[in-house]
Ligand binder design. Structure first.
Ligand SMILES: [Zn+2]
Ligand SMILES: [Zn+2]
Length: 178
């Protein structure tokens, strides 16, 4: 009887140990699964951070490009303005030099007449060469007289006589020079 009791106890003991081992294994498995999941979460978070950084860099890059193009436009505008100013100044200087010499008085008149013709040409419609410029095409900014633009529009051409840019009924604007 004692031997039976002993072996029963041993069996019970073995069962208990097996159960403990099973529990331990379950716990290990759970721990491993948890670790795997948290590693995965960490990897996803890292990727997310990298993506955000890349997006930010891209954004900055675009901002920089935009800023550059605005600066370049401004530079170009100033450059053109300076050129036209320096042309005007050199013309005035030339005229001034001319007026200093009495022999040149007739020539001065000539130059002045030339200049007046230039300015007149600037203000005259390049299409008919007769009427004053008083309409601007808002797409290409070429300037003509109203009659020429109207003729273009009425004959269904609706294209700028200078550069062929198409325009519609709202594509031109009256301007008032002088
Ligand atoms: Zn005209
Ligand atoms: Zn044009």
């Amino acid at each position: 009887m004692a031997a039976e009791k002993k072996s029963k106890a041993e069996l019970e003991d073995l069962r208990q140990r097996l159960k403990d081992l099973e529990d331990k294994e379950k716990k290990e498995n759970k721990k491993m699964a948890d670790e795997y999941a948290s590693r995965k979460i960490r990897a996803v978070e890292e990727l997310k951070a990298q993506l955000e950084l890349a997006q930010k860099k891209l954004h900055d890059f675009w901002d920089e490009i935009e800023e550059n193009s605005v600066t370049k436009e401004k530079d170009m505008f100033n450059f053109k303005l300076n050129i036209s100013r320096s042309l005007d100044i050199s013309r005035l200087q030339r005229n001034l030099e001319m007026t200093k010499k009495p022999d040149n008085v007739p020539k001065c008149d000539e130059i002045l007449m030339e200049e007046i013709e230039d300015y007149k040409a600037c203000l005259t419609c390049p299409c008919c060469n007769v009427r004053k410029k008083d309409v601007v095409l808002t797409k290409c900014f070429h300037v003509f007289c109203f009659d020429c633009v109207k003729t273009c529009y009425d004959t269904h051409q609706s294209k700028c006589p200078k550069c062929n840019a198409a325009f519609d009924a709202s594509g031109f604007h009256r301007i008032y020079i002088g």
